[in-house]
Design a protein around this ligand. Structure first.
Ligand code: ATP
Length: 379
C-alpha cells in the first residue's frame, strides 16, 4: 500500500519519512512484508497491530538497528539504508525509558549533546529550554528516582528532543504505567508532539492509545499494512474485516449471501439469523458467497419489546428479539448483553436514565439496526 494518506489530509507535501516496499525476513519468518508508506512532516503517526505483527521490526529498521531484506527508507528525502543508527537523525523512546540512574535529570538530558561535543554554555541553554518546553523547569538537579512515572516519561522524551531529531520513535512507552497515568500521558504526549512539531511514530497494540493521539494510524497484520487512515476513518470506514474487528467493538456473524437487490444484500448467518446489509465493503457480492457481518454496538437500538414501535422496526430493516442477559453499567452510556434467538450474545449500547424504561437482566428486548450500519465483508 503506497501513499495511502489522501493528499487533502496533508498540510504540505513534505514527508519526514518514506518507506518503500520494505521486506524483512528472519530465516523463514517474514516479519515485514512489502510495507510502503509516507509520513507527512510534523505528524503523530501510529502503527497499531497485534503482538508479533512486525511493529518493532519495522521501527528497528527505521532506527537503523536492523537492515531491511529489501526496500528503501528515506528520511527527509534521503535514503538512510547505508547510514548507521548514530548518524541517522532519529531518536527512540523505549518502554523501559533507559534513563541513566546514576545521573541527575540535567545530566541525562545533556548526555547526547556532550557526546557530540556541544559547548558547555550551549548545552546549558538547550537543557533549560527543553525542560521549560516539557513544563518541568525546576527538576534539573533531581535524581531520576525522585521523579514520578509521568515525569520520567517526559524526561525520556526531553532527552531525545534536545537533539532536535527529524523523527522520534516511541515503542510502547506507556506500557509499564498504571491505567490512570496511561490515560493522562496519552493527552500529554499529544500535546508534547504539538509543542515540538516533530514527527512522532508511535507503536502500540492498544487501540485507545493510537486512536486518541494520532493524526494517522496504520493497522498492521502479519507483516503487512492493512489500512492507513485517520482514526475516525478506520473506525467508520474499515477496508477489511481485520480492521473492522481490531478497531473498536463489533458484533460479528459469519454467513452466506442468500439474495441481492441493487445495493442491498440478504445474508443468512451460519447460526440461522436473517439480516439485510447495505454496506458491502469491497463488494458487490453474489448469492451463495461467504461473508462476515459486523455491526457496532452503538448502532443497535435496544428497547423493551413492549416499547419498541412498528415504525422504528420497519425503518431499521434488521430486527431481533432477545432477552437481556446483563447490563454492564458505565454511566449514561452503558453496554447491554442480549441473548438472541439462536442463543448468541449480542452487544448494544443503551442510554441509562435511572427511569423505569431502563433495561434490566431478564427483560424481553427488541433490537433494531439499520442495513446501512451492517458492514459486510467477503469472508
Ligand atoms: P510485540 O507487540 O509482541 O512486540 P511486534 O508486532 O513488535 O510484537 P516483532 O517483534 O516485530 O512484532 O516480530 C515480528 C515477527 O518476527 C515475530 O514472528 C517474531 O517472532 C519475529 N522476529 C522478530 N525478531 C526476530 C529475530 N531477531 N529473529 C527471528 N525472528 C524474529
Amino acid at each position: 500500500m503506497t501513499d495511502a494518506i489522501p493528499t487533502d489530509q496533508i498540510k504540505d507535501q513534505a514527508y519526514d519519512l518514506e518507506c518503500t516496499n520494505i521486506h524483512k525476513n528472519f530465516g523463514a519468518v517474514r516479519a515485514v512484508d512489502d510495507v510502503s508508506f509516507k509520513i507527512p512532516k510534523g505528524s503523530f503517526f501510529s502503527i497499531l497491530g497485534p503482538s508479533g505483527c512486525g511493529k518493532t521490526t519495522l521501527m528497528r529498521m527505521i532506527a537503523g538497528f536492523e537492515d531491511p531484506s529489501s526496500g528503501d527508507i528515506q528520511i527527509k528525502g534521503k535514503s538512510v539504508l547505508n547510514t548507521p543508527p548514530n548518524k541517522r537523525n532519529v531518536k527512540m523512546v523505549f518502554q523501559h525509558l533507559a534513563l541513566f540512574p546514576m545521573m541527575n535529570v540535567q545530566e541525562n538530558i545533556a548526555y547526547g549533546l556532550r557526546c557530540i561535543g556541544t559547548e558547555k554554555s550551549e548545552i546549558e541553554r538547550k537543557v533549560k529550554d527543553v525542560l521549560e518546553r516539557i513544563a518541568l523547569p525546576d527538576v534539573g538537579s533531581r535524581e531520576i528516582h525522585q521523579l514520578s512515572g509521568g515525569q520520567k516519561q517526559r524526561i525520556a522524551i526531553a532527552r531525545c528532543m534536545v537533539m532536535d531529531p527529524d523523527v522520534l520513535l516511541l515503542d510502547e512507552p506507556l506500557g509499564a504505567l498504571d491505567l490512570k497515568l496511561r490515560e493522562a500521558m496519552k493527552i500529554e504526549l499529544k500535546l508534547l508532539q504539538h509543542q515540538f512539531n516533530t514527527t512522532f511514530i508511535y507503536i502500540t497494540h492498544d487501540q485507545s492509545e493510537a486512536l486518541v493521539m494520532s493524526d494517522h494510524v496504520a493497522i498492521m497484520n502479519e507483516g503487512r499494512f492493512e489500512q492507513i487512515g485517520r482514526p475516525e476513518d478506520l473506525y467508520h470506514k474499515p477496508n477489511t474485516s481485520f480492521v473492522a474487528g481490531f478497531v473498536g467493538d463489533s458484533n460479528r456473524w459469519a454467513g452466506k449471501v442468500s439474495a441481492t437487490d441493487g445495493d442491498s444484500f440478504k445474508v443468512e448467518t451460519d447460526a440461522g439469523l436473517s439480516m439485510i446489509s447495505k454496506r458491502a465493503v469491497a463488494g458487490p457480492f453474489s448469492a451463495g458467497q461467504s461473508v462476515s457481518i459486523f455491526v457496532r454496538p452503538e448502532f443497535i437500538k435496544a428497547r423493551k419489546s413492549a416499547l419498541m414501535t412498528d415504525t422504528e422496526k420497519t425503518a431499521n430493516k434488521n430486527t431481533l428479539q432477545g432477552r437481556v442477559d446483563s447490563v454492564l453499567f458505565n454511566g449514561a452510556n452503558s453496554r447491554v448483553l442480549v441473548r438472541g434467538p439462536v442463543g448468541e450474545l449480542i452487544e448494544a449500547d443503551v442510554v441509562v436514565t435511572g427511569g423505569p424504561d431502563d433495561l434490566r437482566a431478564g427483560d424481553d428486548v427488541t433490537l433494531v439496526w439499520s442495513a446501512k450500519q451492517t458492514m459486510c465483508f467477503a469472508a
